[in-house]
Design a binder for this molecule. Structure first.
Ligand code: NAP
Length: 534
């Protein structure tokens, strides 16, 4: 039986400095976090809470409030009634976020440790997530300065001659942010920050698995000067708190990242609200005959194992064409053996546990199903609590669940299509359409494959990676709608408004020749044939 090599250390207290005083109280040596509603850190009405477990050893590291409908209503009302951020000059909003960047940098080690404990991230992944938030914040501030619009002169259309329009971007109002467990700080920040910079007020609902880093981020933004009531956070179960936000009539937009089933439910419940849905994916890596196999093996393993495979852009199936499949498989196994999994507090560990034992059991169900249907297990295939062994499955049949569904665990799943066409057929039949990648040295081949793949992003000679969203990303089909990224997120969280000016009233603007002709007798329009032959 696979045993994780625990470091034998107790999970120490959350490393919170006095800066975070006031957002939690200690009970039985466990911090009980409050929620920010209408500018005050409060407990839920009725006072119920839920435990937050660390995936490292499943112990309870914190408690969070179990919000009720009345708390959700208070948060949305506060956001609706405190839309002062909309009228705050952009330059002052930038000042607030500059201050937030400084505070985040000052507290980055605390954030990284919290991420390690609440999400089970390796030291490198946790520090990387905090750095990505700071970097993304800075880039978003630059982009916010470009919330411009368009000037459209009307004289290129007969019905608009004498008019002009300004097309401006306006905040939507109240944006509900619902975020997942895998990047609990980064994903929440990529929604909150552009929403606020664009002048929206926000209600955030983080994942119940690990809400702490999002609560700390809200504290940072509050301390940086985000106006009272413009930013609120409620914690609690998705089916209750999330649902209530989605259905709330005063919420103007839902910005959601999470699984496809929940995303589908949201789209059914939301009514006429604006939606941005970043959902699940099945990232295929197509490795063609002329690929650099060393590079492909290294990237496929990295793409499958990074954060124990718990990434929407993970390499979720390797499509190795028959002629190179044996070679690629050998190289993949050698690469896998280099990866050290275990307690993420050990600095040499490259990937830690999955989010909880239930997730490990779900992954195991998919691995077992594939083996029963004929796949060959080359490495791993066992688990212990939340720790799933790094696993390699070869010759996985299309009838297996893992060939079609998102894995979200540390498994390299290898399928062996006979050629490029069959590989494309497998990828294109997927219900998901988030990302895929292709490994080849032939430009025309790469272009052909990239054009034929049905997804929001194709990466060439690397595994997909959203990074800080410098390149836009997002899904099609069951992977969602809308685009995330620097600038694109602001576009998603603003509405276009067209303001048309009739300039004739002021004696301005171009006039149609028709009108001019009445006075001059000059023919109606150049190039127009008149029946009387004029
Ligand atoms: P999840 O189970 O769908 O949960 C996501 C969020 O939705 C959580 O805050 C959850 O709250 C909440 N929620 C649950 N039920 C809800 C409901 N009925 N109404 C409203 N909100 C509800 O997803 P997850 O397991 O946390 O995250 C993993 C998934 O996210 C994967 O499928 C992954 O591919 C996807 N993801 C996609 C992207 C992308 O960019 N496309 C990025 C990252 C992750 P609770 O925690 O309280 O249940």
């Amino acid at each position: 039986m696979f045993r994780c090599d625990f470091m034998g250390k107790d999970i120490s207290e959350l490393p919170l400095s006095s800066f975070f005083d006031g957002i939690y109280s200690m009970k039985d040596d466990i911090p009980n976090f409050k929620m920010l509603i209408g500018g005050k850190w409060r407990e839920a009405q009725g006072g119920s809470q839920f435990d937050v477990h660390t995936p490292i050893d499943e112990s309870v590291i914190a408690r969070a409030q179990m919000a009720r409908l009345i708390d959700v209503n208070s948060a949305v009302t506060a956001a609706q009634e405190n839309r002062g951020i909309r009228d705050l000059p952009g330059i002052e909003r930038i000042d607030i976020f500059n201050c937030a960047a400084g505070l985040l940098e000052r507290h980055k080690d605390e954030f990284a440790r919290v991420l390690q404990m609440e999400a089970g991230k390796s030291a490198r992944d946790a520090a990387g997530e905090v750095e990505a938030v700071v970097h993304r914040l800075k880039l978003t501030m630059e982009e916010a300065r470009r919330i411009f619009g368009d000037y459209i002169p009307g004289d290129w259309s007969h019905d608009a001659v004498g008019k002009m329009a300004l097309v401006i971007r306006e905040p939507i109002g109240v944006v509900a942010v619902i975020s997942p467990f895998n990047y609990p700080l980064y994903i929440a920040s990529t929604k909150m920050i552009p929403a606020l910079l664009a002048g929206n007020s926000v209600v955030v609902k983080p994942s119940s698995s690990n809400p702490i880093s999002a609560l700390l981020l809200v504290r940072v933004l509050e301390a940086s000067g985000v106006l009272e009531g413009s930013l609120n956070i409620v914690t609690g179960k998705g089916e209750e708190v999330g649902d209530a936000l989605v259905k709330h009539e005063r919420v103007g937009m839902i910005n959601f990242t999470g699984s496809t089933p929940v995303g589908k439910r949201i789209s059914q419940m939301a009514g006429m609200k604006k939606l941005h849905l970043e959902l699940g994916g099945k990232g295929y890596a197509l490795v063609l005959e002329d690929a650099d196999l060393d590079l492909a093996a290294q990237k496929c393993v990295y793409g499958s194992f990074r954060f124990s495979g718990q990434r929407c852009d993970a390499v979720s199936a390797v499509l190795a064409v028959e002629t190179i499949a044996d070679d690629l498989c050998d190289k993949i196994v050698r690469e896998v053996d280099r990866w050290k999994f275990g307690d993420p507090r050990d600095e040499s560990v490259m990937a830690g546990p999955v989010i909880n034992p239930a997730a490990a059991m779900r992954i195991h169900g998919m691995v077992t199903d594939a083996i029963e249907k004929g796949a060959r297990l080359l490495r791993g295939g066992k688990y212990n609590g939340s720790y799933y062994e790094p696993t390699v499955l070869d010759d996985v049949p299309m009838s297996s669940i893992i060939s079609q569904e998102e894995t979200f665990g540390p498994v390299v799943t290898i399928l062996r299509p006979k050629d490029e066409d069959e590989a494309l057929e497998i990828a294109r039949q997927s219900k998901y359409g988030l990302e895929s990648c292709v490994f080849s040295r032939d430009f025309y081949r790469i272009w052909r494959v990239a054009k034929k793949l049905e997804c929001g992003e194709v990466t060439v000679n690397d595994c997909p990676s959203h990074g800080v969203g410098y390149f836009p990303f997002g899904g099609i089909k069951e992977s969602g709608m809308g685009r995330e990224g620097i600038g694109y997120s602001i576009d998603e969280m603003t509405n276009l408004k067209t303001i048309v000016f009739n300039l004739e009233a002021g004696g301005l603007g171009k006039r149609e020749q028709e009108a001019a002709m009445c006075k001059t007798g000059v023919p109606k329009k150049a190039g127009t044939w008149h029946e009387n032959g004029e």
